[in-house]
Design a protein around this ligand. Structure first.
Ligand SMILES: Nc1ncnc2c1ncn2[C@@H]1O[C@H](COP(=O)(O)OP(=O)(O)OP(=O)(O)O)[C@@H](O)[C@H]1O
Length: 303
């Protein structure tokens, strides 16, 4: 069973912060459907304190990317439904423009350096030019990221490997210090050392600055001791959620076999449902289809 927001907050003591929000992420009874599509996310409640690192787990199509985009303020939901640092994710434009809320995800991967303006990531431009064009960056932080990601500033972005290009893109996405960071499978192209060093960097950011990270990934290497919270989503529902030490299966078994068991059970049940529905007699075709009615949580996309 999913923890309620009360369960989770009771087990994670938070300290008061200057901006008045004790929690980094609070989602309350979120419902969501894409236009012209059936409901995807239903009754989703989750609370993440400052300093937490939450692994967002789920099978393909479970709704992880959608959730991250909602948390990132890209889809319109009610003002009280998704609060980031105590502010409404979609309605408070300052959250993202100030850099307090960062999102490195699918949209970001396809397009451009998110902070670097309108330069395509495959243009004939130097990595150094790209990274240095971002204004208002602490030079020590910039150098630390360049070293951490092992970036050669003379790389031309149209002549590097996918992993090298991704390093430059990640560097640009992290130049400004965020308070909440949403990561959607951004480390797939990185080699083992690059990925582990980046995880270390994130951990330091959470421990030192109280940053909160929500990370959706199918790659679990190095995550066992990295995560503080888990959110396991099946078909848009939170099946298990909260601090790692509140998830009973994770006390007796390691992360990977636990998640494998969850997903295998889910797949088995999905197959059984499919077989049962194939055997069931088909209902007569409907005479008319219901008109499309937008709900109050329906999507309005901010790219
Ligand atoms: N723009 C869209 N319009 C309608 N349906 C969508 C849209 N984007 C995603 N979906 C549907 O929403 C469901 C959840 O997709 P989502 O990308 O959030 O899943 P995911 O858990 O991130 O999957 P994966 O692990 O494969 O990345 C899928 O069934 C998908 O087809």
């Amino acid at each position: 069973m999913a923890h309620t927001s009360e369960d989770v907050s009771a087990s994670t003591a938070s300290v008061a912060h200057a901006d008045g929000a004790d929690d980094a992420v609070v989602v309350t009874s979120l419902q969501y459907a894409y236009p012209d599509s059936p409901p995807l996310i239903s009754d989703f409640t989750l609370r993440l304190p400052r300093g937490s690192r939450c692994l967002l787990i789920g099978a393909n199509g479970a709704g992880k990317s959608t959730l991250l985009q909602i948390l990132g303020g890209k889809f319109m939901v009610g003002q009280d439904v998704v609060r980031i640092l105590g502010r409404p994710a979609f309605h408070d434009l300052l959250l993202t423009s100030s850099g307090d809320l960062g999102y490195l995800g699918a949209q970001w991967r396809r397009d451009v350096g998110s902070i670097g303006g309108d330069v395509p990531m495959q243009a004939d431009i130097g990595a150094g030019d790209m990274i240095h064009r971002v204004e208002g960056v602490d030079p020590d932080r910039r150098q630390r990221l360049i070293d951490l990601l092992d970036i050669d500033l003379s790389w031309r972005l149209n002549r590097v490997s996918d992993g090298q290009r991704r390093r430059v893109q990640i560097c640009m996405g992290l130049l400004k210090p965020y308070k909440v960071l949403l990561l959607d499978e951004i480390t797939v192209d990185l080699d083992v050392v690059g990925r582990l060093d980046l995880l270390d960097f994130f951990q330091q950011e959470c421990d030192a600055r109280g940053a909160c990270i929500v990370y959706a990934t199918h790659i679990f290497d190095g995550l066992e001791s990295w995560i503080t919270h888990v959110a396991y989503v099946e078909n848009g529902k939170l099946l298990k959620g909260g601090p790692v030490d509140s998830i009973s299966e994770l006390q007796s078994r390691k992360l990977f076999p636990t998640v494998e068991a969850w997903l295998r059970k889910e797949k088995q049940e999905r197959l059984q449902r499919k077989q049962a529905s194939q055997k069931a007699p088909k209902p007569p075709p409907a005479k008319t289809s219901a008109p499309f009615m937008p709900s109050k949580h329906m999507a309005f996309y901010r790219g």
